[in-house]
Structures are given as structure tokens and as C-alpha cells.
Design a protein around this ligand. Structure first.
Ligand SMILES: [Zn+2]
Length: 201
């Protein structure tokens, strides 16, 4: 790693997704020109991010407080769990304001070719919630909102097989999302319709 502080910060910024070398350099100079307080706030925020953010013990959402704000919210319907692949996907569903239940974040999707099996994603945690051992005994519906990709569909099928025998309703958000797309990038109206038009599996 280079010793020049500007070059070093530029290199680190350039590793961020969507940030090219030019932008990285502009960001580095921006930090340099800003009051010293900004640089220390930024540094502190970066450190705390890794120290304080953990997985919610109930839904596997990322949170600084366990359980997360969604699991803790008494106004949210504990009878419905929306299963998503990632936290950005959870945030995308939240933005639609269509869903007022709880979530489960898998942190991935089944992809045997990439060595990602059921043990590599948060499936055990989902099943534990449904088996009536925790605070989620009352779950009546699992809405599967994995991406409309090969991996997402395989994951949906797998979850259906595991959950349905327990007498819990399993639904899949409607198509209309372009196949192969990432939920995170779906526009709000499309995603909103996909949730309200979910079908029984
Ligand atoms: Zn949670």
C-alpha cells in the first residue's frame, strides 16, 4: 500500500462499487479540503460500522440493536414473514410500504455450482422461527421474495418444500419483475404490484 496519504485514500475509495479512479480522487480531495472534524467523523463512522452492526438474532437483518427495529415493532404483523436474499432487498420491499409484516434475510440464494447450499444461507434460522420455538409461533404466511433468477427460484422451491408441510401458507411475489433481475433495483410500483399480486405455492 502506498505511503502517500492522498493516493492511499484514493485507492481505498476506488474500491467502492460504482466509484472510478477520478471520482475516488475527487472524494479524497474533498475530505482533505473539509474541516478536520469531517475526516474524523468519517473515520469514526467507518470503524463503528464494523464494530456495532451485527445480525438481528430473529430475522438476520443488519442492525446495531438486537432485535432490529422491524422485529421489535409491535405494530408489525408477526403472522407474515417476507423472505428476501439480502438487506438491500429488504429495504426495497420496505420502500414500497406494501408490506407490514416481518422479514427473514437469507444472505444469499442456493447455488450448488458456486458451492452455496442450504447451510451457507440463513435457512436453518428461518425454519427455527417457524417451528414454534421462538416468538414467531404465530406465523401463518411466508412470502418468498427472492430474486427472479435461477438461484432465487431454486431457493423459493426449496423453502416451499420445507415450510408447506407445517401447514403454513407459502406465497411467491408475482412475476412482472424482469427475469434475472435483482429485487433491489426494481422500481417501487413494479415491486409493490408484485407483492400484492403474490400467488400461492
Ligand atoms: Zn430483526
Amino acid at each position: 500500500m502506498t505511503v502517500d496519504p492522498i493516493a492511499r485514500l484514493t485507492l481505498l475509495f476506488a474500491r467502492l462499487p460504482g466509484v472510478g479512479e477520478k471520482t475516488a480522487q475527487r472524494l479524497a480531495f474533498y475530505v482533505l479540503k473539509s474541516p478536520a472534524e469531517y475526516a474524523s467523523d468519517l473515520a469514526q463512522a467507518l470503524l463503528l460500522l464494523r464494530q456495532e452492526v451485527r445480525l438481528c438474532s430473529q430475522c438476520c437483518n443488519l442492525t446495531a440493536q438486537d432485535p432490529c427495529a422491524i422485529c421489535k415493532d409491535p405494530l408489525r404483523d408477526a403472522r407474515m414473514i417476507c423472505v428476501v436474499e439480502s438487506v438491500p432487498d429488504l429495504l426495497a420491499v420496505e420502500r414500497t410500504r406494501e408490506f407490514r409484516g416481518r422479514y427473514h434475510v437469507l444472505h444469499g440464494a442456493l447455488s450448488p455450482l458456486d458451492g452455496i447450499g442450504p447451510d451457507q444461507i440463513k435457512l436453518k434460522e428461518l425454519l427455527a422461527r417457524l417451528h414454534g420455538t421462538g416468538p414467531d409461533e404465530s406465523v401463518q404466511e411466508v412470502i418468498i421474495a427472492t430474486d427472479p433468477t435461477v438461484e432465487g427460484e431454486a431457493t423459493a422451491l426449496y423453502i416451499t418444500r420445507l415450510v408447506k408441510p407445517h401447514g403454513i401458507r407459502v406465497t411467491r411475489i408475482a412475476q412482472g419483475l424482469p427475469s434475472g433481475a435483482d429485487l433491489e433495483y426494481a422500481d417501487q410500483i413494479t415491486l409493490s404490484r408484485a407483492i400484492s399480486g403474490r400467488r400461492e405455492l
